[in-house]
Structures are given as structure tokens and as C-alpha cells.
Design a protein. Structure first.
Length: 197
């Protein structure tokens, strides 16, 4: 069964109600996120988003900042684009490098990396469509440590993705960072729920 494709005001708990459920929600989200996390190479990790992860993010932001209705409008506008719409997968891709000098060195080499991400299903490549809300590569050539990307599937590619024997890869093919990861059956099954077809 596919997930919801949009978070609306009625889905959001008030802060008091959320606080009562927060411990339980955090456990549920941790279990979902564990299945949707895909490390690619030594630094990059794709966190495939869904209705639940984005709903949780909005609830946490409202709880932390307590900005009321005005903040809620902003959060819905910011996070709804990352909820898959039924024919795509969406991901937050992060370069996770603790050492600040190493992080700066690596990111300086990876300008334009957002145009080199892909999902490959049974040999059929789906190139990422990056969110263009802000420019992720600076004039210096340094890229951001966080990227938001969409993978737009055709109906045929969705069927291939769902086939039990299909090999699904997630990768980055940048001249300075070339790595791939094969999705586990558990992750592929979890992500298949994002498709409505």
C-alpha cells in the first residue's frame, strides 16, 4: 500500500498532543529511517524521505520553535516537496564528514555533484533531479554538504523496481566521487511503498 503524498494542516498534532506521543513516534520513525538509509561510499548517505519522515520533521520543528500557524505554513511549504508523489523517490543526501578541514577539502572537489546522482533499476538509470531552491554549488566550486533530490520513475521503471529479482543501485558518478550501493531487499521493499502505481 502506498503512502500519503501530501501533509496537510489536519495531519499536524498540537504541541501538547505531540509531546504525549513523542517517545512512541520517535521509535516508529527510527525504525522507518533505518530501512531508508543508504550509505554510498565513505562520505555520502542517502536518506530516502516519505510522508512519515517529513511529517515527523514538521512536528519536531514546530515543537522546537513554537511559531504557530505562520511557522506551520512555512514548514508545509518547505517539506511537502520532499514527500514522494507516487511516481518518484525523494532523498536528502548528506556528506557526513566530522572533521571540518577534511569536510572542506572534500566538498571543494565536488561542485555540481547533485547532477551526478542516480538510481539504477535492472540496468535502467534514473538520474536525480535536484531541488533548485538554493544554489548548492558555490562559485568556488565547493558544494553543500546537504542536497535534496528526486528520482522520477516511469510506470515501466516502477514495475522493474518492484520485481523481486531486480537489482537496484543508488550511486554518485562524479569525477571526484564515484561510488554505488546495492539496495537491500528490506530497503527496496520499503521504498516500493512510495509508488502509487
Amino acid at each position: 500500500m502506498s503512502r500519503k503524498t501530501e501533509i496537510v494542516r489536519a495531519d499536524i498534532l498540537d504541541i501538547a498532543a505531540y509531546d504525549r506521543r513523542r517517545s512512541e513516534v520517535r521509535k516508529e520513525i527510527a525504525a522507518i529511517k533505518a530501512k531508508r538509509r543508504v550509505p554510498v561510499g565513505p562520505y555520502a548517505t542517502f536518506y530516502f524521505e516519505c510522508y512519515e519522515t517529513m511529517h515527523y520533521q514538521i512536528q519536531e520543528m514546530l515543537r522546537a520553535e513554537r511559531g504557530g500557524d505562520e511557522q506551520l505554513k512555512e514548514e508545509l511549504a518547505a517539506y511537502n516537496p520532499l514527500v514522494p508523489k507516487g511516481a518518484d523517490l525523494t532523498a536528502t543526501m548528506m556528506f557526513e564528514i566530522n572533521d571540518p578541514d577534511e569536510r572542506s577539502r572534500v566538498l571543494l572537489q565536488l561542485g555540481g555533484v547533485e547532477d551526478h546522482m542516480f538510481v539504477e533499476v535492472a540496468g535502467d538509470r534514473i538520474v536525480a533531479r535536484a531541488e533548485r531552491d538554493v544554489e548548492r554549488t558555490k562559485a568556488s566550486g565547493k558544494t553543500s554538504s546537504v542536497h535534496f533530490v528526486h528520482f522520477d520513475f516511469t510506470p515501466e521503471q516502477i514495475q522493474k523496481f518492484r520485481a523481486p529479482s531486480a537489482r537496484v543501485l543508488v550511486g554518485i558518478e562524479h569525477p571526484k566521487y564515484g561510488h554505488v550501493a546495492i539496495l537491500s531487499d528490506e530497503t527496496r521493499s520499503e521504498l516500493a511503498r512510495d509508488f502509487a502505481l
